[in-house]
Each structure stands twice: as C-alpha cells, then as structure tokens.
Design a protein around this ligand. Structure first.
Ligand SMILES: C[S@@+](CC[C@H](N)C(=O)[O-])C[C@H]1O[C@@H](n2cnc3c(N)ncnc32)[C@H](O)[C@@H]1O
Length: 205
C-alpha cells in the first residue's frame, strides 16, 4: 500500500486540527491545490489568505477555486479566499492585525510552480521562480507569530532541484534551533529517497 505522500500527510495533519470557520494561510499558492483544500477545510464562515509572487500561480489558483465553486456542494462548500500577489515574507504586514495570534494553520509548499514560466525546458533563462532561504525563513518566523496556540504550520521541503538543497539546509537549521517551548516539531521523510521532498509540521505551543 505504501505510506502517504508528504503532500497528503500535510493536508491530513492540517485537517485534523483545523475546525470549520478558521482563518488559515497558504504561503505558496502555486496551482491552488492547497488553497482549495484549505477553503474546503474551513468551509463557509472561514477564510484562506493565499500568497504567491507569480501572477500565473494566482490565476491558476483562482481558476481552481472558481471551478470547485461552480461544481457546487459535491465536496463541501468553500470558505472565502483572499489571493495576495505578494511574498509570504510580508505576511505579518498583510494579514490584519486583529488576526495575529489567531491563525489556525499555515501551509508552505516550497520549490517552484510545476509548468510555470522559466521551467518549461532546461535551457530557459532565468529559470523557474523558486522559494529562497532568506524569504522562506522570514516567512516561517512570521507564521509562528501569527499562529494561534495549537495552530499548525506545515512545510514541504524540496532538496532535489537546483537551489533546493541550500533552502532545505536553511530550513533544517532553523527547525533545529527552534525552542521546544515555541512549537512541537515533526519530521516526515522517506530516508531511502534522500532527494525526495520531506515534511516538517510545527504545532505552536
Ligand atoms: C511548489 S509551488 C506551490 C504549490 C501549491 N502549494 C499547490 O498546491 O499547487 C511553490 C510556489 O511558491 C511560489 N513562491 C516563490 N517565492 C515565493 C514567496 N517569496 N512568497 C510566496 N510564494 C512564493 C512560487 O511562485 C510557486 O508558485
């Protein structure tokens, strides 16, 4: 049968802890898979803030949400989604102050948008837009400040692409220094596949 993928596991951990009506954040909207999952999880009365630096990613996310809404109640009604064309490192400034310390979940899926600009063929210049260590760590700091006690942050890390290994090392080091009193940390990884993505989950104390 095999174990669940890191992406499925991230969603399961979030779903278990996020009641309907919550306010949550997708830090890397990309193709909108997690944004739609979050919108379903929080349901009507809940809200998702989704960040991406690429307009194309936000357009894909918007289309995915619209398609799901048009399909109606088949898989449950959706919460409100606010799509922000901004870096996740700006989340503390862009999420309303009254929600700080009240966010139920923050999902990060690092790396690049599959099939996005610059990623279509090996010779493309300047290459796909990837998440970067400095902004990722700034966003992780902000996410922990925004989370409610008991809230969860999930971080899917991709060591396998160019630049990904440096970012993975930066995230590993950040987690290693995270005080135990701040959050409980979980690592979900397939050790026989060292280049495959892996998942950190943090439950804020
Ligand atoms: C692996 S994709 C995310 C996939 C997405 N979660 C999904 O479910 O389809 C990573 C995304 O991060 C975005 N990104 C890169 N740097 C960013 C930043 N500083 N802030 C927010 N998003 C960023 C990229 O544009 C890309 O769309």
């Amino acid at each position: 049968m095999g174990f669940h993928s890191v992406l499925t596991t991230a969603q399961r951990l979030v779903a278990e802890r996020t009641p309907p009506g919550s306010t949550v954040i997708d830090a890397t909207a990309g193709g909108g898979v997690d944004t739609l999952f979050l919108a379903r999880t929080v349901g009507p009365g809940g809200r998702v803030y989704a960040f991406d630096v690429q307009e194309e990613a936000l357009a894909r996310t918007r289309a995915r949400l619209q398609e799901a809404a048009a399909r109606g109640s088949v898989a449950g009604a959706l919460g409100e989604a606010t799509l922000l064309h901004a870096g996740h490192e700006e989340m503390a400034a862009l999420i309303p102050a009254e929600l700080h310390g009240r966010i139920g979940a923050v999902m990060f899926n690092l790396g690049y948008l599959p099939g996005g600009p610059g990623g279509a063929s090996p010779g493309d210049v300047p290459g796909p837009v990837i998440t970067k260590p400095d902004t990722t760590l700034a966003a992780l700091d902000a996410a922990l400040r925004l989370l409610a006690p008991g809230g969860i942050a999930t971080v899917v890390v991709y060591p396998g692409h160019e630049g990904g290994r440096d970012e993975a090392a930066a995230v590993d080091a950040w987690i290693a220094l995270l005080p135990d009193e701040t959050a409980q940390a979980l690592l979900y990884r397939f050790p026989k596949r060292p280049a495959s993505p892996y998942l950190y989950a943090l439950e804020k104390k």
